[in-house]
Design a protein around this ligand. Structure first.
Ligand SMILES: Cc1ncc(COP(=O)(O)O)c(C=O)c1O
Length: 450
């Protein structure tokens, strides 16, 4: 399995994954850019997967991989959890779309309300992107204000409003095609710096509708967020009548059955959910105070319903398949042991990876909490964490393409610079990932990349 000494990582990769190369060439003729998600942009080509089970997936060349991408974090219970699979299979035969209300969506929402501290009411959407977009619209409608404060380096999906302040330089939207007026309605503050939030609130009195934050840290923990900062944010937003939105698309049901808000003891006004909430199928939700979410309800008065209401539609919202998967998965997560087990695996893995860094004398850090890990390469990363140097931390993903390639050659699929642990990552899988990291760093060192 080890990368052979005479070949480069890139040569070995091309040799190991020839069918993926062929598929990518074919894909580039059919699909714009050849990929369906920017994060699958990978040189020289992305790998193509044929099937997955438990902690593993198998590519079109027959390579077995330990999966830490885990459905972008949606699969806390691993691939094909038997109860989730059975619930979806049963539902397939009962109909995949009723174009109508159904009992499972009610049960699913009730389950979320029981689990998430801030959840009094639920509205379903189809993705995290839709959830953050809707949460911003709800907050704007509720407060009658336009501007939203977000944090440098935090990720909230790919809609126009989420593109401001995501990647450096933070004053320029991360995507082209975003109208200037949209970008200007977003204000960028600095994580762990409550003064930067206060200054923006002071500079725009009565204009700020909401503050949105990834409570577990920007870009899935690459920019760690301190809990005292979250508490200060709660106090400040309450004082100023500003809606506090926790984007728990990743941390929801992962950090604990009630999300990061339950672990940290900080309750936002509104929470956005996706990934685990739908048990590995497409889905998302905005949950929060009834007082705020009532902006979406019909009042039965023509004028109010036309001029004082937030519109939300979506053909596949709370479709029966997603509802079956989500409801089943959440009931299992509510038992508590899945998060505990995945968290324990996360701790074990982070410790193992840190040992490798130390033994090899390579500069870098392993970040993350709960069942998330992030590997950042380069000098001065500890200091960047201490000072919340967002730019530096995000640059730590620099050599990530080569590291991921080396890890794939050693039988492990990282999610870019890190990934997730789940209930199916046990001692054997974790030991494999740690030794793959050791061999990968060795290969990077050989090529002068670490
Ligand atoms: C914190 C956060 N918010 C929003 C999103 C967007 O979710 P989706 O990919 O379902 O649109 C993501 C996706 O990774 C995320 O991590």
């Amino acid at each position: 399995m080890a990368v052979g000494a005479p070949t480069t990582i890139d040569d070995a990769f091309r040799k190991r994954f020839p069918k993926s190369a062929e598929l990518y060439a074919r894909s580039r003729r059919a699909i714009a850019g050849g990929i369906t998600h920017d994060s699958r942009n990978f040189a020289p080509f992305p790998i193509y997967i044929e099937r997955a089970d438990g902690s593993r997936k198998w590519d079109v060349d027959g390579n077995e991989l330990i999966d830490h991408w885990m459905g972008h974090g949606a699969l806390l219970l691993g691939h094909n959890h038997p109860q989730v699979t059975a619930a979806v299979a049963e539902q397939v035969h009962k109909g995949t779309h009723y174009g109508a209300c159904h009992e499972l969506e009610v049960a699913w929402a009730e389950q979320i309300n029981r689990m998430v501290p801030s959840s009094e009411w639920v509205r379903f959407a189809m993705s995290g992107t839709e959830a953050t977009m809707l949460a911003m619209r709800d907050a704007r409608a509720y407060t009658g204000r336009v501007k939203i404060i977000r944090f440098a380096g935090h990720f909230h999906g790919w809609h126009d409003y989420a593109m401001a302040g995501y990647q450096p330089p933070f004053d320029t939207p991360t995507s082209t095609g975003v109208p200037k007026a949209v970008a200007e309605s977003m204000l960028v503050a600095y994580p762990n710096n409550i003064d930067s939030v206060r200054e923006l609130l002071d500079a725009h009195p009565g204009e700020v509708a909401a503050v949105i934050v990834e409570p577990g840290g920007g870009s899935n923990g690459i920019v760690p967020t301190s809990v005292p900062f979250l508490r200060d944010l709660r106090t400040l937003t309450s004082q100023r009548g500003v809606v506090l939105i926790f984007d728990e698309v990743i941390t929801g049901f992962r950090y604990s059955p009630g999300g990061a808000q339950q672990v940290y003891g900080v309750t936002p006004d509104v929470t956005t959910l996706a990934k685990i909430v739908a048990g590995g199928l497409p889905g998302g939700a905005v949950v929060g105070k009834r007082d705020i979410l009532q902006v979406q309800t019909f009042k039965g008065e023509l004028h109010k319903d036309r001029f004082e209401r937030v519109l939300q539609q979506g053909t596949f919202n709370a479709n029966p398949l997603s509802a079956a998967a989500g409801f089943t998965a959440l009931r299992i997560v509510a038992e508590g042991w899945p998060t505990e087990q995945a968290n324990q695996a996360g701790e074990q893995l982070r410790a193992g990876l840190r040992d490798v860094f130390e033994r090899r004398g390579v500069a870098g850090v392993v970040l993350g909490e709960s069942s998330v890990f992030q590997i950042l390469l380069g000098e001065g990363m500890e200091q960047a964490v201490e000072t919340t140097d967002v730019q530096r931390l995000m640059a730590g993903r620099g050599a990530v393409n080569t590291l991921r390639k080396a890890m794939l050659l050693n039988g492990v699929d990282l999610m870019r610079s890190g990934g997730f642990t789940s209930i199916v990552h046990q001692d054997e899988e974790l030991a494999h990932t740690v030794s793959a990291f050791d061999r990968s760093l060795e290969a990077l060192q050989r090529e002068g990349l670490a």
